[in-house]
Design a protein around this ligand. Structure first.
Ligand code: AP5
Ligand code: MG
Length: 212
């Protein structure tokens, strides 16, 4: 289909069904979820929700939630499901007119994935696409330990990075299977440059949504 025709088709489809477009950017620690979310948010005008950023904000304000969450984050462990699900729920409610959401670092467990499905169903929408960034483990470690030299992030040191990757394999990787079963998962190579990875992600997104 020509680009003009495809654009017209997507526009009409979207107006007719008043659809939102909801995307999950999935992948291990350091795979580029945050970096690419910024590019995607800018190009497609989606509302970015990062549970890591929300938790770090709570930690920096020393709220009771932040004080509790920090104990897990500093050990490279996942924060309990009920805490992050509650945060996501209020964040979605804050943006009733969003064109759609990009979820970064959420869901990380099957319980979180099921809770997200319920929250979106309540809003008569759903997850449309899950893009899973694939990056070799030595590159993940190199990126995160490298960032830790300047970022001040207390979990960007070799000892905690190893634990974060282990936690990812144990609890989060199976979530990809959940979305694969629902026909929503696409795997994307994330070990190229930031620009090339963005092109690969855009190619998948534009099967559903054109730049705003
Ligand atoms: P979170 O903040 O989500 O961290 P993470 O997923 O472990 O890892 P990052 O966010 O650091 O990696 P990223 O994939 O976003 O990569 P980035 O773009 O930053 O979570 C932190 C903690 O919070 C968790 O451990 C847990 O305790 C808790 N938490 C969060 N969500 C939770 C949930 N849902 N449930 C329970 N607990 C939760 O890039 C990394 C670095 O690589 C950067 O320096 C970047 O510049 C660089 N880089 C990116 N792309 C490239 C590239 N293509 N080439 C070279 N360098 C690149
Ligand atoms: Mg991140």
């Amino acid at each position: 289909m020509g680009i003009a025709l495809r654009y017209l088709f997507l526009r009409c489809y979207k107006i007719f069904f008043a659809l939102m477009f909801n995307l999950i950017l999935f992948g291990p620690p350091g795979s580029g979820k945050g970096t690419q979310s910024v590019n995607i948010t800018h190009t497609y005008k989606l509302q970015h929700i990062s549970t890591g950023d929300l938790l770090r904000d709570e930690v920096s304000r020393q709220t009771p939630l932040g004080v509790e969450a920090k104990k897990y984050m500093d050990q490279g462990l996942l924060v309990p499901d009920e805490v992050v699900i509650g945060m996501i729920s209020s964040k979605i409610d804050e943006s009733p007119n969003a064109r759609g959401f990009i979820f970064d670092g959420f869901p990380r467990t099957k319980a979180q994935a099921e809770a997200l499905d319920k929250l979106l169903e309540f809003k008569q929408t759903q997850i449309h696409l899950v893009l899973a960034l694939e990056v070799p483990e030595d590159e993940l470690t190199r990126r995160l330990v490298g960032r830790g030299e300047t970022s001040g992030r207390s979990d960007d040191n070799l000892e905690v990075v190893v634990k974060r990757i282990k936690e990812y394999h144990a609890k989060t990787e199976p979530v990809a299977g959940y979305y694969h079963t629902h026909g929503k998962l696409e795997r994307v190579k994330g070990d190229g440059t930031i620009e090339n990875t963005f092109k690969l992600l855009s190619k998948e997104i534009e099967k559903y949504l054109l730049p705003a």
